[in-house]
Design a protein. Structure first.
Length: 265
């Protein structure tokens, strides 16, 4: 991660090539935690697109704490993401949880997400490193910066140079008011250690929708290259992560607020 030549990750989408990198405009990834049904994913895609997002996110395979919680709709959700991509031209980011699904996720995703819980699943990292789709590597909830960069190194060493790092909050002693502690100092720290693009996820980082806008604004001010924000048309009814999801209206307003800060490029 210290010797990469190209510092940017360029992803082709139906709307054109989008570049994640220090000297490029902010890339915004938005969408629900889980793909729930066709209507909600198409509606969310249209609304985040209208607000200015570049990628649609949405889980088909969900890593849930409880085995009895909604686990995602799997392959049928990937088909719904394809329909949303077709309808809006947005690129698709979705999580790969296990290697049997690698081929099908790689077929539908423009960027493959590796979640916090799999950050040190080294065999999975080697497998996404041996294929061509860019990889979004979320920070493990108890991972040091060094652990995280070495996890990225597994992907790079296996031959895939296109890795985006995503800070999504870490576990600290205080979980009373926020789900996780969003480590914004990771931004300037990573900048000194790696050429890889840096994304911040203030939704999982705080766990509460009312804290998301402030942390999104702070992420840009601190130099983030990209943001991932959970948006749901009806957060109260969401099958996962409703409390941290913005409504499309609030997301639209946040996009306008963020444009005032802008990204120094
Ligand atoms: C998600 O993006 O919905 C998710 C499960 O993220 P994380 O791996 O950061 O918990
Ligand atoms: Mn989520």
């Amino acid at each position: 991660y210290r010797h990469g030549e190209a510092s940017d990750v360029v992803v082709s989408t139906p709307n054109g090539a989008i570049t994640f990198g220090e000297n490029h405009p902010l890339v915004v990834v938005a969408g629900p935690c889980s793909v729930e049904n066709e209507e909600m994913i198409i509606e969310t895609a249209r609304r985040v697109k209208a607000a200015g997002a570049h990628f649609l996110r949405g889980g088909a395979y969900k890593p849930r704490t409880s085995p009895y919680a909604f686990q995602g709709h799997g392959e049928s959700a990937l088909n719904l993401l394809a329909a949303a991509r077709e309808a809006t031209g947005l690129g698709i980011i979705t999580e790969l949880m296990d290697s049997p699904e690698l081929d099908v996720v790689a077929e539908f995703a423009d960027v493959i997400q590796i979640g916090a819980r799999n950050m040190q699943n080294f065999s999975l990292l080697k497998k996404v490193g041996a294929q061509e789709k860019p990889v979004l590597l979320k920070r493990g909830m108890a991972a040091t910066i060094e652990d995280w960069l070495m996890a990225a190194e597994y992907i790079l060493a296996a031959g895939n140079p296109n890795v985006i790092l995503c800070e999504r909050g870490i576990r600290t002693f205080d979980r009373q008011y926020a789900r996780n502690t969003l480590d914004l100092s990771a931004i300037p720290v990573l900048r000194t250690l790696t050429h890889l693009p840096i994304m911040i996820d203030p939704s999982h980082g705080t766990g509460k929708s009312e804290y998301v806008p402030a942390m999104a604004m702070a992420s840009i001010a601190a130099g983030a290259d990209s943001l991932m924000i959970e948006v749901h048309p009806n957060p109260k009814k969401a099958l996962s992560d409703g409390p941290q999801s913005l409504t499309p209206e609030r997301f639209d307003r946040l996009m306008q607020e963020m444009s005032v800060i802008g990204k120094a490029v």
